[in-house]
Design a protein. Sequence first.
Length: 241
Amino acid sequence: MTRKTFLGLAGVLLVGCLLAGASLITEKCIPKTEWDGGQYRIEDVNALDAHFAQPYDKLRDDVGTVLVLATNAAAYCTAVLLVFLGVEDRKKALRMMVFDSFTYGECCLYTSGIYHILKTSVGRIRPYMYFPDPSVKGIAEGDFCLSWPSGHSSLSLIAFAFMLGWFALRFPASRLRKPSLCVFLMLGLATMTMRMLSGNHFLTDVLSGAALGFLVSTLVFRVNNRIWVSDGMDPGQNPAG
């Protein structure tokens, strides 16, 4: 890796770290909404979101969390495994795996920093607060006012966006490309659905969160790849798979 490439990738990482730091400062500086003990009026919510709003369901809440973790773990393992099995040159495969790991981590760092800043700044009340028996934990931790955008939806769409660009770069002719992308898209949609059914998010929360994760992940992937290849580095395209 040349000095130019190193500095370029380091710069992208630095911006991601600054975003993460800004999100922590935002959480410390902006006071969270205090609950007065009363039930919020669903009539105060726009008609579309009110129609799909659901009361709190802990099981679905937990399922949504498991889904987003499993989706990202599966995407990362898929990328590493296919490179390991599909690239005969071990040094080249190692470079590709390190680059992909670095980029995937940055996608998560950027997305997490941005949605945390938005959540804290906007302070939208979660759907379950408009129904009886809201989340006790959410109220105790002050999480009940962090509805928009959906962080789980953002993180779940990182996997799909990353793999979309990854297959185009690494294995554009792979037979696994379409079925893998379909699986990651379905996992993302399942996560979004669980976040709504659990009462944690409105429809607009999950849609905007998914768009955020997809756009940020796509941008970070493309920027890193442009830095990687602009200085003569091998993009790693391989028709195997």
